[in-house]
Design a protein around this ligand. Sequence first.
Ligand SMILES: [Mg+2]
Length: 292
Amino acid sequence: MTSVTTDRLPAAAGERDQRIAWLRAAATRIRRHALTMGEVQGQGYIGQALGVADVLAVFYAREGGELRLRPDDPGWEGRDRFLLSIGHYAIALYAALAEAGTIPLEEIETYGTDDSRLPMSGMASYTPGMEISGGSLGHGLGIACGMGLGLRRLGNPARVFNLLSDGELDEGSTWEAAMACAHHGLDNVTAIVDVNGLQADGPTPTVLRTEPVVDKWRAFGWNAVRVDGNDVPALLDGLDRVRDHAGGPSVLICDTRPGRGVPFLESREKAHFMPVAEHEWQVAHDALEATR
Ligand SMILES: [Mg+2]
């Protein structure tokens, strides 16, 4: 079977409501898949996975997802490229790829085990649909810039998305790439920044102040749109403003809450690597199903 999502255009109200319902359901499935993987290994970057699930649903949902892709042909030339530069978010992208149908759902049970195609950090050579190897932070946007230039030269209308973290805004290479994308007028490149206020060394504002984030991107020549990254209708509005922009790159800045969707994790003291006790994974599953 080959299925191709089509570019989404502003929809009639009823169609939009349907799309929102599809995307919210997909976000719950992505959270469920991420919890399943976390339970398999007894660990994982679950706070980030739960926090970014709504963003990933908007792109990867089987029904209503933004990306043009063929789930059974992840190397299709016409696909939109989605670059995960934050390799530790792999658990979240695997959940999204399972939602999209690129990874068989039963395969997520192999997460992080020997010989699995789903290693704990995202690596392109292992996983279908994983466009780049991430983890050495700050390189995704440079690769996106090169891909955007190459696709434009080839006359390929595919779009390039790079999901990066607010911690990656500490990296000089991110801003070099931002300058280059703007210089070349790459309106086929969209950055998505997961602003969860955390990075490995602590809360982002105490490690290295990144605000005002919108002003910084605009100063670099980008069309910058900021939305609540846990609000599906707001994400769709943001995507409309990104899709409609021509002549230069866009950035969708998404404020997200780590642990979103599982109240006791959402209110847990924030940590880059959120601890979850062995008995809590099932409690988290139950809480997710109870709150959706
Ligand atoms: Mg962060």
